[in-house]
Design a protein around this ligand. Sequence first.
Ligand code: SF4
Length: 193
Amino acid sequence: MDAKPPLIEQVRACQICADHLPFPPRPILQFDSQARILIAGQAPGKAAHRAGIPFNDVSGDRLRMWLGLSRDEFYDPTVVAILPMGFCYPGTGKSGDLPPRPECAPAWRGTLLDGLGQLELTLVIGRYAQAYHFGSTQATLTELVASWRQFWPEKVPLPHPSPRNNLWLKRNPWFERELLPEVRSRIAEVRAR
Ligand code: SF4
């Protein structure tokens, strides 16, 4: 009798929504059962799809700076798991990248999260991930991020680190002044265990 391949190989071979994707499926995720930190994001963009590497751009540079992690630390799957809501690039619509494919999270997310037995901190980026990890809410991004103490110390809502959010960052200086130092301390604490 054939044994099932390991979970991560099953994900990498996934074709569930292939008919709806602009390119053949290329799931972009980082996973190891030892990871204590999870970045829960939206879906890879075209650059991540091409490179096969998540957050390998200016948004990723800003995210690493926010978290106080080097590239080596960020891309060490035993330190950081990266699980977007949709693992494959969903394509682009009239107003930017399309939402994560809705088939993905029901197919894989629960099982992968169950496999993160050491998880201590989840950083949640983008409204689809925020709806999944915080439950559906009417709160705006600003309201949700401002209520970060409500979820502390297990989960933290973050804005997307894209340069498109520069204005948001300028309008909400408390984010970099108050929240980010706490996040960096928390990450250092989690990593020191
Ligand atoms: S987006 Fe998710 S469900 Fe769709 S093919 Fe990729 S891994 Fe499979």
